[in-house]
Design a protein around this ligand. Structure first.
Ligand code: IPM
Ligand code: MN
Length: 400
């Protein structure tokens, strides 16, 4: 069966980077023997300026029937902010129920990191951002506009069902990543530890997080070191957003204790998360967070992995149509210059393969990127030492 992929090149440098992503997809299809066909849609700023259309209902209907969507970039200097973002990007995320925004933060070899002394082994985590709720729903409004008594509200919408499905995805993802690590639980936080054969996981109860499973590897008066199978950080703001974060906190620990006890449930406030991204990014494995916090921390994440030229993301509906995109914008300044970095778009194509179930091909794309980045002078547009098409050629040639 051939996968049907909708290609939305979009604005600015979007078409240039997608061309390279499709080149790599082609190379992967030859080696890994899968078939796909593409259908291209000219959505974006140009079409809007020409016809007034952002996302015609018939196109949305067609997009509901494809296996995946591959998006370049949207944003046009002649179109007011918000029209394309809300009308196209957010509408697709909401209409197709892409409730996860998956953003790996990975420093590839040879990529310059702005944090002194950090290497690829130190920066390798994934952010699972809720993608359908929170401050992005558009709930709220304005009263008495333009007067001195003007009131503006923007409501963060958090449903138990919406939060829970996001958390479940994050736990599953952490389980699939399968990264073991040793976590210390201080005596003051440790309510109980069950007995069990040495070297086997036992149940322990954490003071405010409930039950988890871990293999005790060291005990002393101060606490116990447990080996756990996955480390999931909920990034929130429980100290201020007491309504929504209370829902998140309870759902996090209830779902985790019931169905994913072997994964350690960590918590960090969003401001502290930003601090740790810079101070010790090696701390993180998988992070789960709401829509707005996820938007903000993943831009910081993109910077520590070498910039927007490398950062890829997926808008995922695990039971439906997912959409993959480089995180960078349309970069009007570089349009048509064959100078923009296509690595992020190629990485997004790799994530698309993973979601389609072509996991070996996806791993091959990632390996081919890792084989290419050391050859590049920089990840910045115009300074790569190669053109956009040459970088695409290098990655395609490295697929095996
Ligand atoms: C992103 C972008 C979008 C967002 C904008 C363009 C609406 O910043 O994908 O992170 O805020 O989600
Ligand atoms: Mn963003």
């Amino acid at each position: 069966m051939a996968y049907k992929i909708a290609v939305l090149p979009g604005d600015g440098t979007g078409p240039e980077v997608l061309r390279e992503g499709l080149k790599v997809l082609d190379a992967a299809a030859k080696v890994y023997h899968f078939q796909y066909e593409t259908v291209t849609y000219d959505l974006g700023g140009e079409r809007f300026l020409r016809t007034g259309e952002v996302l015609p209902p018939s196109v949305l209907g067609e997009l509901r029937t494809v296996d995946a969507i591959y998006l370049g970039a949207i944003g046009h200097p002649k179109v007011a902010p918000g029209i394309l973002e809300r009308g196209l990007l957010l509408t697709l995320r909401f209409e197709l129920e892409q409730y996860i925004n998956l953003r790996p933060v990975k420093l590839f070899p040879g990529v310059e990191c702005p944090i002194k002394g950090k290497e690829p082994k130190d920066i390798d985590f994934v952010v699972v951002r809720e993608n359908n709720e929170g401050l992005y729903t558009g709930a709220g409004g304005v009263l008495r506009k333009g007067t001195a008594e003007e009131v503006a509200t923007q409501i963060s919408v958090n449903t138990r069902a919406g939060v829970e499905r996001c958390l479940r995805y994050a736990f599953e993802y952490t389980r699939r990543r399968g990264r073991k690590r040793v976590v210390r639980v201080e005596s003051a936080d440790l309510v109980s530890v069950a007995d069990g054969p040495a070297g086997q996981p036992v149940e322990f109860a954490h003071r405010d997080r409930g039950k988890m499973l871990g293999t005790p590897v060291k005990k002393d008066a101060g606490g116990v070191d447990f080996e756990v199978r996955g480390f999931l950080t909920m990034c929130g703001k429980t100290n201020v957003l007491t309504f929504e974060q209370d829902l998140w906190w309870r759902a996090f620990h209830e779902v985790g204790a019931a169905d994913f006890p072997e994964i350690f449930r960590d918590y960090a406030h969003v401001d502290a998360t930003c601090m740790w991204f810079v101070k010790n990014p090696e701390f993180f494995d998988v992070i789960v967070t709401n829509n707005m916090f996820g938007d903000i921390i993943t831009d910081l994440g993109a910077m520590i992995q070498g910039g927007l030229g490398v950062a890829a993301g997926g808008n995922i509906n695990p039971d439906g149509v997912s959409m993959f995109e480089p995180m960078g914008g349309s970069a009007p300044k570089y349009t048509g210059k064959n100078a923009i970095n296509p690595i992020a778009a190629i990485g997004a194509a790799g994530m698309m393969l993973d979601t389609l179930g072509e996991c070996d091909a996806a791993a091959a794309v990632e390996a081919a990127i890792a084989a290419t980045t050391p050859k590049m002078k920089s990840m910045a547009a115009g300074r790569m030492g190669y053109s956009t098409t040459e970088v695409g050629d290098l990655v395609a040639a490295a697929i095996r």
